[in-house]
Design a protein around this ligand. Structure first.
Ligand code: AMP
Length: 569
């Protein structure tokens, strides 16, 4: 069974194609959303999902979140005694989803389709594949998130030619894709995006505004908030942001040093404060329309995906830019995972799905470094020669011819880059190929450089030296930030030594983490009352009696509801 996974910045989901339709898979807590969070418990056990998320505030140094932003880089996160790469953290989330799927389906799950932002670079895509491998999953396909959203909306079933735009604003990334369906072929015409723009940035705006407008910054007089305090304030800002999706006003409040700071805010003020973010949303939309040579009025449908598109200010922007209201019949959090399941169904050739050929585009231009003539017999190196241009439909294979520029040069060196800048120093270096050539006069040796970019975003460069037809190939597998297969094997062995919190006990562990979070918020009698209930609950957990544990779980949940409301559960 192939499962579809939306590996999100804030939350991840799994879905499967079963009984002729896409179905979401609940996790051990019965929820479809699993927070993309990983934490280390006090005894060194790994916690994932909601249990880890609840500890973000109480144990910020033992908990990691938002690591999707660092996929494809070498940045490591310290959790307890160990450092983890973003692939490893992602693999723990994937492992939890895999286990949830196995329990729900009652069978082993070894294959997955994982979605990635269309704008993900080669290194980021490879890191996602490695994450799957570390989780014990064979990644059958990486699917672009907007393509997945379109599949979820059933665009492939449209009988006539359709042009549509997917506007996907998640927790940390923004993607715009323009797709076209024509005679059963779904083509991604253009993608553009911003890897550092998402719902979390709107939270940051609220945190900063709260600090200055509630008078708290003044009272702090230059001292910094601790990690825990900052996380608590972010949680309050997150709550306020969501409240503004349903009502026109809300209030943010925060306790510091026995004093309560508060701030009333309105939807209008929120719009004003976020103006710079809203402006940043326009740029990729305009670029995608330009690259696809499509006018906004020619689009048949606009699909919204990503939890942050629930914000009315984002919906209004979309309506203004496209002159129509976007499609929102699916829950924007779920569309991508459902689409990944549709893709799984297509791969399994389910009869209920009409055959559709899918094409995608290369998100960046790919090319080589060349020297250009800047005067008679004067050359300057470091110029960029794109071979595959951004937004070319993939799979794609293109060739360019190059010639030697120095007399009797004994070697040909080809540097491969990705990016859009004229000078290679501003682009991302992907790899290098060098080999000896026959020593001849300048211009007498030439070579064809063929780039082949496949549907999963893997690049192969093949160089054919022309007089001899000698071929040299470079498959870009090891660029900066990408783990080698030897390193993957080593990390896999290390990960297998970690203790993972058992799935059947995660519900109770999550409740304790949530109760600890609430405890930090309370003071005085309420705090003491909660502490007694947490102690009673953990004592019952140690007794291992299922019925007593169930009762104690209900009691603690009830107490937490009374004290803190449902936002702590
Ligand atoms: P995703 O990465 O698609 O799961 O999107 C998560 C983002 O959606 C986070 O930044 C959430 O704060 C945001 N989000 C979820 N629900 C709402 C809501 N009701 N109003 C505003 N933002 C939301």
């Amino acid at each position: 069974m192939i499962i579809g996974i939306d590996l999100g910045t804030t939350n991840s989901l799994a879905a499967v194609w079963r009984d002729g339709k896409a179905q979401l898979i609940p996790n051990a807590l019965g929820s479809f959303l699993t927070p993309s969070c990983v934490g280390m418990d006090d005894d060194g056990t790994v916690l994932t999902g909601e249990a880890a998320r609840a500890r973000l505030q109480t144990h910020p140094h033992m908990t990691a979140a938002m690591f999707k932003r660092y996929m494809g880089s070498e940045r490591e996160t310290q959790l307890g005694a160990r450092k983890f790469r973003p692939e490893e953290l992602s693999s723990m989330v994937l492992r939890a989803l895999k286990e949830d799927a196995e329990v729900w389906l009652g069978e082993k799950v070894e294959e997955a389709i994982i979605t990635v932002p269309a704008y993900f670079s080669d290194a980021q895509r490879k890191a996602t594949r490695v994450a799957g491998q570390l989780a014990g999953l064979r990644v059958e396909r990486l699917l672009n998130e907007p393509t997945a959203a379109a599949l979820a909306y059933g665009i492939q079933d449209t009988k006539r030619e359709t042009k549509f735009l997917v506007f996907d604003l998640g927790g940390g990334t923004f993607d715009v894709s323009i797709l076209e369906l024509f005679e059963g072929v779904m083509e991604v015409r253009a993608t553009a995006g911003d890897n550092f723009l998402g719902g979390e940035d709107f939270v940051t705006v609220l945190v900063d505004a709260f600090l200055s407008r509630s008078g708290m910054a003044k009272a702090m007089d230059g001292t910094e908030l601790t990690g825990t305090q900052r996380q608590r304030l972010r949680a309050e800002a997150e709550r306020a942001k969501r409240a503004l999706s349903d009502s026109l006003t809300t209030r943010m409040a925060y306790q510091l040093g026995g004093q309560e700071y508060s701030w009333e805010l309105t939807e209008d003020l929120f719009v004003l404060l976020c103006d710079h973010l809203v402006q940043r949303l326009r740029t990729p939309v305009e670029r995608a329309l330009r690259d696809a040579t499509i006018k906004a009025s020619e689009l048949d449908t606009v699909v919204l995906a990503g939890g942050a598109t629930r914000m009315p200010l984002v919906r209004k922007l979309a309506a203004r830019m496209f002159g129509r209201f976007p499609s929102i019949s699916l829950d924007p959090d779920q569309a991508i995972a459902l689409g990944a399941a549709v893709q799984a169904g297509l791969m399994a050739r389910d009869a209920a799905l009409s055959e559709v050929v899918m094409t995608d585009v290369a998100p960046y231009s790919l090319g080589i470094s060349v020297a250009r003539e800047i005067g008679p017999n004067k050359y300057e190196g470091g110029h960029y020669l794109p071979i595959i241009e951004r937004n070319s439909t993939v799979p794609v294979s293109r060739v360019e011819n190059i010639t030697t520029i120095n007399d009797y040069q004994k070697e040909l060196v080809v540097h491969v880059y990705q990016g859009e800048s004229r000078r290679v120093s501003d682009n991302v270096f992907l790899g290098k190929l060098n080999f000896p050539i026959e020593s001849k006069r300048a211009g007498e040796v030439s070579a064809d450089v063929r780039f082949t970019y496949d549907i999963s975003g893997v690049l192969e460069a093949e160089i054919t030296v022309l007089p001899t037809q000698e071929k040299h190939t470079l498959v870009i597998t090891e660029n900066a930030g990408v783990m080698t297969q030897a390193e993957v094997a080593k990390r896999l062995a290390e990960l297998s030594e970690l203790k993972i919190h058992p799935r059947d006990k995660i519900e109770n562990r999550t409740l304790v983490a949530q109760a600890d979070r609430l405890y930090e918020q309370l003071l005085g009698h309420e705090r003491e009352y909660l502490a007694q209930h947490i102690a009673a609950f953990t004592a019952v957990l140690n007794s291992q009696q299922p019925s007593a544990m169930r009762r104690a779980h209900e009691t603690l949940t009830q107490v937490m509801r009374e004290l803190g409301g449902s936002s702590f559960l």
